[in-house]
Design a protein around this ligand. Sequence first.
Ligand SMILES: Nc1ncnc2c1ncn2[C@@H]1O[C@H](COP(=O)(O)OP(=O)(O)OP(=O)(O)O)[C@@H](O)[C@H]1O
Length: 256
Amino acid sequence: MSAPTILNISGVNKRFGGLQALSEVNVKILKGQIYGLIGPNGAGKTTFFNVITGLYQADTGSFELAGKPYSPSAPHEVAKAGIARTFQNIRLFGEMTVLENVMVGCHVRTHQGVFGAVFRHKAARTEELAIRKRSQELLDFVGIGRFGERTARHLSYGDQRRLEIARALATEPQLLALDEPAAGMNATEKLALRELLVKIKNEGKTILLIEHDVKLMMGLCDRLTVLDYGKPIAEGLPAEIQKNPAVIEAYLGGGH
Ligand SMILES: Nc1ncnc2c1ncn2[C@@H]1O[C@H](COP(=O)(O)OP(=O)(O)OP(=O)(O)O)[C@@H](O)[C@H]1O
């Protein structure tokens, strides 16, 4: 029996004025996969992320998350529905501690929410302790457990990326959507990131990944979709994608 479908999206179109940023995009991601989205600059990758996480509204498209119809809406609702994302430009609470950043992520799934935590009702205190413990476990999992009390903005670049991933995992997502997590990383940091993503996959999580480093993607992804000028030009296994003439043309041809 094949794995259940986590994300099933079809017929997505998105236009900005005269520009067709997404054109009939279909993506189907199975549980436990690392699914890659690649394409030259401006191909529509981030727009696709923005559409599935409710930052942009698609002109058309049908969306299913873990077998249920899903309508991308406000970011908090999207997190509750089960999609957690990171951004090309790191978005942390820079003045909060590393641990607190992850705790914020955990509150998506709590009963008391952030207000309960602030006013310190008794039930909230108990929940808060559990959240602290869970957050520390997540920091340990991504490899920055020793920095919990540091101010987030004092972490190294690579560790800030890990923290973003820990915070996203804290929302207990069905799908972890990572937008260029290796951007700006050196070779050692990239290698460590790769190991972390494999570790997350081995926990049974499902990952949707945008990344410019094609070599990294080919080694990491179970399947990929290639976008070019908003259109899907190929879908398949890394070995199929690598020898697809349309993909080679999109990357090496004169259009970009
Ligand atoms: N809010 C917007 N308004 C108008 N045009 C936009 C908007 N967002 C994106 N675009 C345009 O849509 C196209 C796709 O952009 P997008 O950022 O999704 O590409 P990308 O594949 O993520 O590129 P990169 O790899 O450079 O991040 C581009 O031509 C971009 O200029």
